[in-house]
Design a protein around this ligand. Structure first.
Ligand code: AHM
Ligand code: MG
Length: 337
């Protein structure tokens, strides 16, 4: 009788992080615990996103129940609450900034730790009704020496983050993380409830064939932006034009860009002078991941990770992706400035 081959030496996210910490830095266990807390939040949200989709399908089929608006809102709130509660009670966090909360959350004495977590608990949530992928985006700073944890500990350039990552909720839940020494991707194995290393050492191709931007804003674009995208659509010398792909859900668009290469953009334009995406918990973590994977992230003229935020919900323009593609973009912006 043939026996099914079962893999028993599984590399879970926790095991992988512990191994990495042993290799690269002192393993205090704090970051491992913090990441376990984030994993819990991601698993919770993954389950609820799936449930919401089912409810929406029932609603659509029955026709009578219009739950979509409420469900969507509830899911944003639930996702935020799970992260805030889990991070607060971990004892490792001093300051939290969430897209869902106007003010930064300062953790009370007794539970206060050494880290600050900035996050968008459910990015792209307007897409949920259509079953499109959504995600959680997060970044982690260590509080400054001598600080008890204030808003100043998060108003810092993105390059000072110690961890950045996102979890994409699609056909499976994919957690992509950088601890500052490369990028790794993990897939949730629902049967055992663990994130398993499935995409070790992700490297973004140095050039891609895809551009990803909301073309509906093209009439507001500045000339440098228009020139750049035209150069992809109407390349000189009989070269193949780039393909357009825009999901409108940052995590999904960046995930594809990391794996396949190319360029993703939410540029500044005449209508949105600072673009749309939030610096702390959307642009910084994604820029950190892309750089760690060998790509680049720029506003057009400035490295995204060098920006110093002046407020927690500040926005910034962003172009990120393959090194050579972003280099071409920067050259066109330089010519126009
Ligand atoms: P949200 O935080 O309100 O969900 O908005 C962020 C989302 C991103 O996921 C996505 O890249 C962008 O908004 C799409 O914006 P637009 O519809 O203007 O193209
Ligand atoms: Mg968002």
């Amino acid at each position: 009788m043939s026996e099914e081959k079962v893999t028993t030496d599984i590399i879970t996210l926790t095991r992988h992080v512990l191994d990495e910490q042993r290799k690269h830095k002192e393993a205090s266990g704090d970051l491992t615990l913090l990441l376990n807390t984030i994993q819990l939040g991601c698993k919770f949200v993954a389950t609820n996103v799936r449930k919401a989709r089912l409810l929406n399908l029932v609603g659509l089929a029955g026709g009578a129940t219009n739950i979509s608006g409420d469900e969507q809102k509830k899911l944003d709130v639930i996702s935020n609450e799970i992260f805030v509660n889990a991070l607060r009670s971990s004892g490792k966090v001093a300051v939290m900034v969430s897209e869902e909360d106007d003010e930064a959350i300062i953790v009370e004495e007794g539970l206060k730790g050494k880290y600050c977590v900035v996050f968008d608990p459910l990015d792209g949530s307007s897409n949920i009704d259509a079953g499109v992928n959504v995600g959680t985006i997060f970044g982690i700073y260590r509080v400054h020496e001598d600080s008890t944890g204030t808003i100043k500990d998060v108003l810092r350039p993105g390059r000072e983050m110690v961890i950045a990552g996102y979890c994409m909720y699609g056909s499976s839940a994919n957690l992509v993380i950088s601890l500052g020494n490369g990028v790794n991707g993990y897939t949730l194995d629902n049967s055992i409830g663990e994130f398993i290393l499935t995409h070790p050492n992700i490297k973004i191709p140095s050039r891609g064939k895809i551009y990803s931007v909301n073309e509906g804003n093209a009439s507001f674009w500045y000339p440098a932006c228009t020139e750049y995208f035209n150069s992809l659509k109407f390349p000189p010398g009989g070269k193949n034009p780039y393909s357009a792909r825009y999901i409108g859900s940052m995590v999904a668009d960046v995930h594809r860009t990391l794996l396949y290469g190319g360029i993703f953009a939410y540029p500044a334009d005449k209508k949105s002078k600072n673009g749309k995406l939030r610096l702390l918990y959307e642009c910084f973590p994604m820029a950190f991941l892309v750089e760690q994977a060998g790509g680049q992230a720029t506003t057009g003229t400035t490295r995204v990770l060098d920006i110093v935020p002046t407020e927690i919900h500040a926005r910034a323009p962003i172009f990120l992706g393959s090194k050579d593609d972003v280099e071409d973009l920067k050259n066109i912006y330089a010519k126009h400035s």
